[in-house]
Design a protein around this ligand. Structure first.
Ligand SMILES: Cc1cc2nc3c(=O)[nH]c(=O)nc-3n(C[C@H](O)[C@H](O)[C@H](O)COP(=O)(O)OP(=O)(O)OC[C@H]3O[C@@H](n4cnc5c(N)ncnc54)[C@H](O)[C@@H]3O)c2cc1C
Ligand code: FES
Length: 366
């Protein structure tokens, strides 16, 4: 008996060579717009192109917060609950990048993801997303990242402390981790109506899935660590995740550290903590020719954007490296640590403009 060994079909290589030739020919005909650009126009969510998403729905949560349901491109990789994405949107013709935590349930049948945005006064991107974006809008995306997630060995007792939009990564965890059965959530917002996901959280509390403590700051004042400790007597036994304004997180960290519980607290910051400021200076941009007077407390990114310079950016708090630029000459100060970096031409030093302020005159390659 003779065995037949399957042989590769000659049709395949021939077909792919033909397709490559056709693409090269199309490139010649369509230059300067490449065939890939046409494919992007027809199917912007296709595999193998820049990761994008299409807004499928905008659901209003409170008077100033909305959830955007987004169909991600084919190359999207599932996230871990608690992580965030960088999202790029065009606001008045300018591409701007910001970070938003994912709030979606991983088991959604339609494969969509969601972010929930709270519009802040004067905020360029948050107001655009909450008040102006409509279904059908295309946005640019990065894959999810972040360490504000539960460990594989789930803690028996969990405490979440959140304020305002700080509820978003925690909502992502609550929706995806039904196995957590001893959860206390202490959340603060100005009024009951300002609690983002208020109805869903209260429903979870009604079924006994979580113990929910709402602090309405208009009547009860700001949440402080002593208040949390009074509300949660078994706090020392709980692994704690906290997300909210910088001042609240700093106070919680100090309290947990003082009680020897520092390692049991994980925080997620939406804004960098500024620890050190100093003298500013003139920032010049070698390629655009722009010159900006910046004080020593303002990130170069903010000062440059304020002066109308188009800058690369991302999280705006020193974690994504979407804003780095070569420092050609001069000095900048890291606002988080006070460390001053100096450069001379040829040094090849790069700096994160979102957490660096001018420390005297400096010039950046941009
Ligand atoms: C990891 C991470 C996850 C995030 N997740 C969410 C989320 O799920 N939902 C959400 O709504 N936001 C989230 N943010 C914040 C978000 O990225 C933007 O900072 C926020 O939407 C403001 O952007 P903006 O363009 O509207 O404001 P900008 O135009 O950049 O700033 C306007 C003014 O507000 C100040 N400002 C900027 N951001 C804040 C802030 N967060 N709080 C108070 N003042 C601010 C600025 O200093 C400036 O004075 C997250 C940030 C990070 C780093
Ligand atoms: S914008 Fe993310 S590190 Fe600067």
């Amino acid at each position: 008996m003779t065995a037949t060994v399957p042989r590769p079909s000659p049709a395949r290589p021939a077909l792919s060579a033909l397709r490559d030739r056709a693409l090269r020919l199309a490139e010649l005909v369509t230059t300067p717009v490449l065939p890939a650009d046409y494919l992007d126009m027809v199917n912007p969510l296709r595999a193998g192109t820049d990761l994008r998403g299409r807004v499928e729905a905008v659901q209003h949560e409170t008077r100033d917060a909305a959830t955007l349901v987004i169909r991600p491109g084919a190359d999207w990789q599932p996230h871990v609950p608690g992580q965030w994405i960088r999202i790029g949107v065009d606001v008045d013709g300018v591409r701007m990048w910001r970070a938003y935590s994912l709030t979606s349930d991983l088991t959604r049948a339609d494969g969509c993801i969601s972010i929930t945005v709270k519009a802040i006064p004067g905020g360029k991107v948050s107001n655009h997303l909450v008040r102006r974006v409509r279904p059908g809008t295309l946005v640019h995306l990065d894959q999810a990242t972040g360490e504000f997630v539960l460990p594989d060995a789930r803690p028996e007792k969990v405490l979440f402390v959140t304020a305002g939009s700080g509820i978003t990564p925690v909502m992502g965890m609550l929706r995806n981790h039904p196995e957590l059965d001893d959860v206390v959530l202490v959340h603060s917002a100005p009024t009951p109506d300002d609690v983002v996901f208020g109805a869903e959280l209260r429903a979870l509390a009604a079924t006994g899935r979580i113990r929910l403590v709402e602090q309405h700051t208009d009547t009860a004042g700001l949440l402080d660590p002593a208040g949390v400790a009074a509300l949660v007597p078994d706090l020392a036994e709980r692994a704690t995740w906290a997300c909210g304004p910088v001042a609240m997180l700093d106070a919680l960290q100090e309290h947990w550290d003082a009680a020897g519980l520092g390692e049991r607290l994980v925080t997620e910051r939406f804004r960098p903590a500024v620890a050190a400021t100093g003298e500013g200076g003139t920032v010049s941009f070698t390629r655009t020719g722009a010159t900006v007077e910046a004080d020593g407390a303002t990130p170069i990114l903010d000062a440059a954007e304020e002066a109308g310079v188009l800058m690369p950016s991302g999280c705006r708090m020193g974690i994504c490296y979407g804003c780095v630029l070569p420092l050609r000459e001069g000095a900048v100060r890291d606002l988080r640590t006070g460390e001053v970096t100096t450069a001379a031409p040829g040094d090849g030093v790069i700096v994160q403009t979102c957490v660096s302020a001018a420390a005297g005159a400096c010039s950046l390659d941009h």
